[in-house]
Design a protein around this ligand. Structure first.
Ligand SMILES: C[S@@+](CC[C@H](N)C(=O)[O-])C[C@H]1O[C@@H](n2cnc3c(N)ncnc32)[C@H](O)[C@@H]1O
Length: 350
């Protein structure tokens, strides 16, 4: 039993109904300050970690986002107070790659002081250009390019199952030394309202997840003081794809050492837990909060176009740096790697 499982046992025993929502369990499993997967400080991402991200592929991604930032700044009329904002900056790698490519002031939205410490160390040589805030609401009212890579997939989700007549929430209870699921009515009005939007002809036992935290985050983003452009890259689907009849067990998975499975109540705190993003719903929330859609497309297509001028500049070169950049371009854009599963959502924000 992991320490986190025993912490959850105590929380379940102390709870009114002797159970927790899966969102509460996932929140602890990822963000418990001492024993959560992400709590104590940034873990390694990439070959020696549990999974790859576009950031861990190499510096080309940051270079492309830096280029995009300059294009957006020019579109906005080159305001002198333009900044880049990053959320989910992890160990500061993307910030370092972007800052190495462009000379623009940079804000990091970081609620975890241990992550801020790690980012400050990594970015020490850019320090006068980088500022930290603890939440979106603390950002200044300036024109900006907001970036996040793989943030909503790491937010705690509610698990739900169609029982043939109604959607039930799957709660977590104690089962011996471990944990198990038990169905019950939705834990909140908000979840019940989201469930009313789901299809009901999916077959008894159909299980999926609802990411209320991502919807709240999108509303917070819309309400944040900055204006300009928002860039969200993550793996995910349109709603029709996400809730397709074939996807009977949803998208919740755990990751450890580049292996993935659906044993999501085991080794809690030692594995990453993640779900695919419902981009349709994020766009709806963003638009109803006043943001405007700029782009929603496959990462491969988006970065493919953005990278064309970089590729053109590499023509005829054969040095190792060029070869590395070409490999990174391929990983970021090829449909068999990150090009198809990952999507880019860009919004305008007043
Ligand atoms: C899958 S990792 C992605 C890390 C990095 N962006 C990358 O692409 O390599 C998810 C990150 O989101 C961070 N995170 C989760 N909720 C956050 C929040 N509310 N504000 C800032 N970071 C958050 C976690 O600490 C973790 O570093």
């Amino acid at each position: 039993m992991t320490t986190l499982t025993s912490i959850l046992h105590d929380k379940i025993s102390a709870s009114f109904s002797s159970r927790l929502t899966f969102a509460e369990v996932m929140d602890q499993a990822l963000y418990h300050p001492e024993y959560g997967y992400y709590g104590p400080g940034p873990r390694r991402i990439g070959r020696s970690g549990d999974f790859y991200t576009a950031v861990s592929v190499g510096p080309l991604y940051g270079r492309l986002l830096g280029k995009l930032a300059l294009e957006l700044k020019a579109e906005m009329g080159s305001p002198a107070d333009f900044v880049i904002i990053e959320q989910a900056a992890h160990d500061g790698q993307l910030a370092e790659d972007i800052l190495a490519a462009v000379d623009v002031p940079y804000f990091i939205v970081e609620p975890n002081p241990r992550y801020e410490d790690a980012q400050r160390q990594r970015l020490a040589h850019f320090e006068e250009r980088v500022r930290w805030v603890a939440s979106l609401a603390d950002l200044p009212a300036v024109p900006a390019f907001y970036v996040c890579n793989e943030l909503p997939d790491a937010m705690p989700v509610h698990l739900v199952r169609w029982d043939g007549a109604a959607w039930q929430e799957l709660y977590v209870q104690r089962e011996g030394d471990g944990l198990g699921f038990i169905p019950g009515p939705p834990s909140s009005e908000k979840l019940a309202a989201e469930l009313k939007r789901l299809p009901v002809d999916l077959g008894e036992g159909y299980t999926t997840e609802v990411n209320l935290a991502a919807l709240d985050w999108m509303a917070e983003l819309a309400a944040a003081p900055f204006c300009g452009a928002v860039y969200v890259a993550d793996y995910g689907f349109d709603e029709a794809e996400l809730y397709s009849p074939e996807r009977k067990t949803g998208t919740l998975r755990r990751y450890k050492g580049h292996q993935t499975d659906d044993r999501v109540l085991e080794d809690l705190g030692e594995c990453d837990l993640t779900t695919h993003v419902n981009f349709t719903r994020l766009i709806e929330v963003a638009e109803s909060a006043g943001m405007k859609l700029r782009t929603y497309e496959l990462q491969g297509r988006f970065l493919g176009k953005l990278g064309l001028s970089v590729l053109a500049g590499l023509e005829g070169k054969t040095d190792t740096n060029t070869q590395a950049l070409l490999r990174q371009y391929h990983s970021l854009t090829h449909p068999a790697f990150m090009g198809r599963l990952f999507r880019v959502l860009m919004l305008y924000k007043r």
